[in-house]
Write a protein that binds this ligand. Structure first.
Ligand SMILES: [Mg+2]
Length: 302
């Protein structure tokens, strides 16, 4: 089989992220959250319905296309306009975007809940389109990902999570992909010990897969950026060629299942292209054609 074209990889990344998000969503949180998600999905039976991760990623891709890069004012406004609160937005992001919708500048709104800024994984979960758009320019990528992160996740760990995920998406596009150099190059650019230690651990596990309990303990599975971004990298590196196996493994780690699988799905799709995603699942994915169109336009602009 021919290697996937760049366009196929862009489509694979956006669709892989949305698919991962939708497949992980029913398993997220405790019994109350699971029941709530089931009720929300009831009117859409048969459709794989995605959450805030995909809604924010799509708006980010749209904003990148419209502004030829990251324009924080445009981006914050678009996120605020598009937000459907029942998609599962975290309380801090929801509050910030509601304030922006009410007319508050995002710079003021972004620190309203946490004075230091949030270190949730919300900046990372939507960062793949940034990696795709800026994949030819690492310095511009880093700057753009940091600025896009700041709007809702201004804590240094929240920002670094966004930058790390964007860099990972760009690296997954490389024609000669291998897990070891992939993790090593991400480690070389990582700053906080919270990320460095986990990236070292993920690299050490490449030849000897750990138990799920060890992954939860050493890498984490929470909504915090530093306790989920490297987990997603590990999930992807363990199953780089089989989406179904990757999804099953990711969900077995529990915790923030939609976001971890969405990030891993974005990387899987960037590496393997859209044809490597399970066709029968794609056929049931909410707004599949819209996402594909968005990926095509994103590819045309960079
Ligand atoms: Mg979500």
């Amino acid at each position: 089989m021919n290697p996937p074209s760049l366009q196929e990889r862009f489509a694979g990344s956006l669709l892989g992220a949305a698919l991962g998000d939708a497949l992980g969503a029913p398993y997220e949180g405790g019994p109350v959250e699971k029941l709530a998600w089931r009720l929300i999905c009831l009117p859409h039976a048969g459709t794989l319905r995605w959450t805030d991760d995909t809604q924010m990623s799509m708006a980010l891709a749209e904003s990148l296309i419209a502004r030829s890069g990251v324009d924080c004012d445009h981006l914050a406004k678009l996120w605020a306009e598009r937000m459907e609160v029942l998609r599962g937005y975290g309380p801090s992001t929801r509050r910030i975007l509601l304030a922006v919708r009410a007319g508050k500048p995002w710079r003021e709104a972004s620190r309203a809940t946490f004075p230091q800024g949030s270190f949730g994984n919300g900046a990372a979960m939507r960062a793949a389109p940034l990696g795709l758009f800026f994949h030819r320019d690492p310095a511009a990528l880093e700057d753009a990902a940091a600025r896009a992160s700041l709007i809702t996740h201004a804590h240094p760990l929240g920002v670094e999570g966004g930058v790390l995920m964007a860099r990972a998406a760009a690296s997954a596009l490389a024609p000669e992909f291998a897990a070891k150099p992939f993790l090593e190059s991400l480690l070389a650019g990582a700053k906080a010990p919270e990320y460095r230690t986990r990236l070292e651990q993920a690299a050490a596990w490449l030849g000897q897969p750990p138990q799920a309990a060890q992954v939860r303990e050493r890498l984490g599975n929470s909504v915090r950026a530093h306790e989920s971004v490297v987990t997603a990298l590990h999930v992807f590196c363990r199953h780089t060629e089989d989406f179904a196996a990757m999804a099953e493994y990711s969900i077995s780690l529990a915790g923030d299942t939609d976001t971890i699988l969405s990030m891993a799905g974005a990387l899987f799709g960037a590496r393997n292209g859209v044809q490597a995603l399970p066709r029968e699942l794609l056929a049931r994915l909410e707004a599949r054609e819209e996402i594909e169109r968005l990926a095509r336009r994103l590819g045309d602009r960079c």
